[in-house]
Structures are given as structure tokens and as C-alpha cells.
Design a protein around this ligand. Structure first.
Ligand SMILES: Nc1ncnc2c1ncn2[C@@H]1O[C@H](COP(=O)(O)OP(=O)(O)OP(=O)(O)O)[C@@H](O)[C@H]1O
Ligand code: SF4
Ligand SMILES: [Mg+2]
Length: 347
């Protein structure tokens, strides 16, 4: 097995957004978007990041790229602490870290041509003159499977899949090391999703890219990821190799998410037990004490609302934050009642 090198790492990272109120506009609370996250992205891998809407995936991705400030903790890029770097100190690093969005043109002027869109990062970092940039953009379009002859077209002239290819061309223009793909295929039809995922995989091979691949759809993440991290209410609650995680999730939240994935075989699908989580996701303004999942967890016991479960390596390379992660399989409350009720002397 080849040695693992960490490209970027979050160490105890928090991102809390202040809530201002009252006459003086003082801080009256905070949205706990990301809480005490420890996560390393390895060079050359695809790390999937999944979780329900509002679980903090985008905020964590943005915090890693220093697009949003962390309120606590450290971020290290290639072993170097970048947490307290100023924007001007971070600027050269921007070339190494790029983001792909669900809607790559949502934030761009629709009157910009493909050339203007893709060459903007080249221009920002003074890469070549206009003629050289045209050649580079044409080459980038070819690399992402678009016709270089369409360099002067506008976004509305392309299909959704083609627009995402333009977004990818822009993201790789500076030859970054890390790409954070945030719901990059979520808005596309399934067949187009597969094409874009294939493109991302090919580019990873060709340019040695590292991906943080954010999505709420577990099936999409499985296809592309080497490892997968699961977020719930600002916390990374489980992390493992993709096959290991999908084969045997240890955290009850992951087990619930997995039980909702439809199986291709209709007989297995009918027999499958689906875990329905009770209640809504609590507010990130006032998250539950101790284990954040205890208000909805089908395995919860008194300790869960009193003691925060450590994010521990339960099996080699398989981390989970749960006091009862070792209780095997998808276990219903009645199945784990007996050992809980037995007093230590009765065993
Ligand atoms: N700039 C901000 N100011 C205040 N609260 C924010 C800000 N950005 C995000 N939040 C809040 O932080 C929490 C996490 O949001 P985030 O967008 O990171 O979640 P997500 O997992 O990416 O969700 P989705 O799947 O819907 O994209 C949410 O409660 C959100 O409302
Ligand atoms: S620590 Fe308790 S509440 Fe939290 S996930 Fe594990 S069993 Fe559920
Ligand atoms: Mg998001």
C-alpha cells in the first residue's frame, strides 16, 4: 500500500455564525454550523462528504478553503497552518484550492462568454497574455469534452451538463491540487451525472487532483469516493473507506441514511427494514448537549445526553462518534434492551 500524505486537514474546527439582535445589535446567539471537526483529506483521494441539508457540509468546505473564517481550531494545508493567515497571505494558495458549485453560473454575469468565464482565474493570477489565455482556454475546453470552437458562446447556449463542464474547466484552469465539488452533479439528470462523474475521475487521474466531494445523495458519493465522511448537525459522526462504510455503517445516523437508499432488487427492497428517524433536525442555534444525535437516535440511552461520544477509530480506518457503535448491525431498541437493563453482576 502506498504511503498516505495529508493535503489539507481540519483540527478541531468550529464555524459559528453570530446572530445579532436587540437595540445595540449585540450578539445574542450563534448558528453552530461546524463543531469541533477533525478531518484530513489525503493527497490524490476523493473524500465524500454527506449529510442532510443544513448539516454544515458547504460551510466546512468553505472553511477549509478559508472562504469563511473558522471561529476555533486549525486548518493545515500541506502541513502548514493557514488558519491565521491574512487574505493577502492566502491569495497565492487560492491557485491550489478551487471550488465547483451546483450552479456554476449563479454567481457569474450571464453576459460573460465562456472565454471570459474560464480565463478569469488566469487573468487574476497574471497567467499569460490574451492570446496565450485563448489557447489555454481552448485546450481546457477540449480537456473537459467541449468544442473549443464554442469559446465565444454564452452560458445560456449550453445544456446543464455542458455548463458544469465549463465550471470544471474554470476550476482546473490554474492546475489546483484540491478541488471542493459542492453538489456539483446534484441538479443534473442521472445519465448526465454519470458523464460528469466520469470526467471528474479522468481529470483526477490526469492531473493528480484531490477532491472533497460534497453531496446529500449517498449513492452518488459512493460511486466516486475512496472514503466517505458523514455529517450531522455540524459534526462529522462517521468516516471510513467507501466500501467499509456502505458495507457496515457503525453510526446509527449513517445506518438510518443507508436504510433509505432504494435497493435495485425489488424483493430485497421489499424485505429491507427502513429506519425512520423521529422528529426534525434540531436547530443549529441550540444543538443538543453531549451526542448531537440523541434526540432522534433509535439506540439512545441516558449516557448519550450526558457524555459526548469521542470520535474514535472503532476498526482500522473506520471512525465513529457513538457510545454504542459496536452494537452490531442495524439494531432496534428492543434488541439492545437486554444488555442495557442487566446489572454488571448479572452477566
Ligand atoms: N453565512 C451564514 N450565516 C448564518 N448562518 C449560516 C450561513 N451559512 C450557513 N449558515 C447556516 O449554517 C448551517 C449549515 O449550513 P450549510 O449550508 O453549511 O449546510 P449544508 O450541509 O451545505 O446544507 P445543504 O445540503 O442544504 O447545502 C445551516 O443552519 C445554515 O442555515
Ligand atoms: S452516542 Fe447514543 S445517541 Fe449518539 S448515536 Fe450513539 S447511541 Fe445514538
Ligand atoms: Mg450545501
Amino acid at each position: 500500500m502506498s504511503a498516505v500524505t495529508t493535503l489539507i486537514e481540519a483540527r478541531g474546527v468550529n464555524v459559528h455564525f453570530p446572530i445579532k439582535g436587540g437595540f445595540w445589535g449585540r450578539q445574542v446567539g450563534a448558528v453552530h454550523a461546524v463543531n469541533d471537526v477533525n478531518l484530513a483529506v489525503h493527497e490524490g483521494e476523493t473524500l465524500g462528504l454527506v449529510g442532510e441539508s443544513g448539516s454544515g457540509k458547504t460551510t466546512l468546505g468553505r472553511a477549509l478553503l478559508k472562504l469563511v473564517p473558522s471561529t476555533a481550531g486549525q486548518i493545515a494545508f500541506q502541513g502548514k497552518d493557514i488558519t491565521r493567515m491574512s487574505q493577502s497571505q492566502v491569495r497565492p494558495l487560492r491557485q491550489e484550492m478551487q471550488m465547483i458549485f451546483q450552479d456554476p453560473f449563479g454567481s457569474l454575469d450571464p453576459r460573460m462568454t465562456v472565454f471570459q468565464i474560464v480565463s478569469e482565474p488566469l487573468e487574476n493570477f497574471g497567467r499569460g497574455n490574451k492570446r496565450e489565455q485563448r489557447a489555454q482556454v481552448a485546450e481546457l475546453l477540449r480537456i473537459v469534452g467541449l468544442n473549443p470552437g464554442h469559446i465565444n458562446r454564452y452560458p445560456h447556449e449550453f445544456s446543464g451538463g455542458q455548463r458544469q463542464r465549463v465550471g470544471i474547466a474554470r476550476a482546473i484552469a490554474l492546475r489546483p491540487k484540491l478541488v471542493v465539488a459542492d453538489e456539483a452533479v446534484s441538479a443534473l439528470d442521472v445519465s448526465i451525472q454519470a458523464q460528469i462523474l466520469n470526467l471528474l475521475e479522468n481529470l483526477q487521474q490526469e492531473f493528480g487532483l484531490t477532491y472533497l466531494f460534497i453531496a446529500h445523495n449517498l449513492s452518488v458519493v459512493r460511486h466516486i469516493s475512496d472514503r466517505v465522511a458523514v455529517m450531522y448537525l455540524g459534526n462529522v459522526v462517521e468516516l471510513a473507506d467507501s466500501e467499509e462504510l456502505y458495507g457496515g455503517p457503525l453510526h446509527p445516523y449513517t445506518q438510518a441514511l443507508m436504510s433509505a437508499i432504494p435497493l435495485p432488487d425489488p424483493i430485497q427492497e421489499r424485505r429491507k427494514e427502513r429506519i425512520i428517524l423521529q422528529g426534525d433536525i434540531p436547530s443549529p442555534v441550540n444543538p443538543p448537549q453531549a451526542c448531537v444525535f440523541h434526540t432522534r437516535c433509535f439506540k439512545a440511552r441516558p449516557i448519550c445526553s450526558e457524555v459526548t461520544p469521542a470520535f474514535e477509530e472503532k476498526r482500522p480506518g473506520h471512525w465513529a462518534a457513538c457510545h454504542f457503535a459496536d452494537v452490531p448491525g442495524v439494531t432496534r431498541p428492543q434488541e439492545i434492551k437486554a444488555p442495557i437493563q442487566a446489572s454488571p453482576g448479572q452477566a
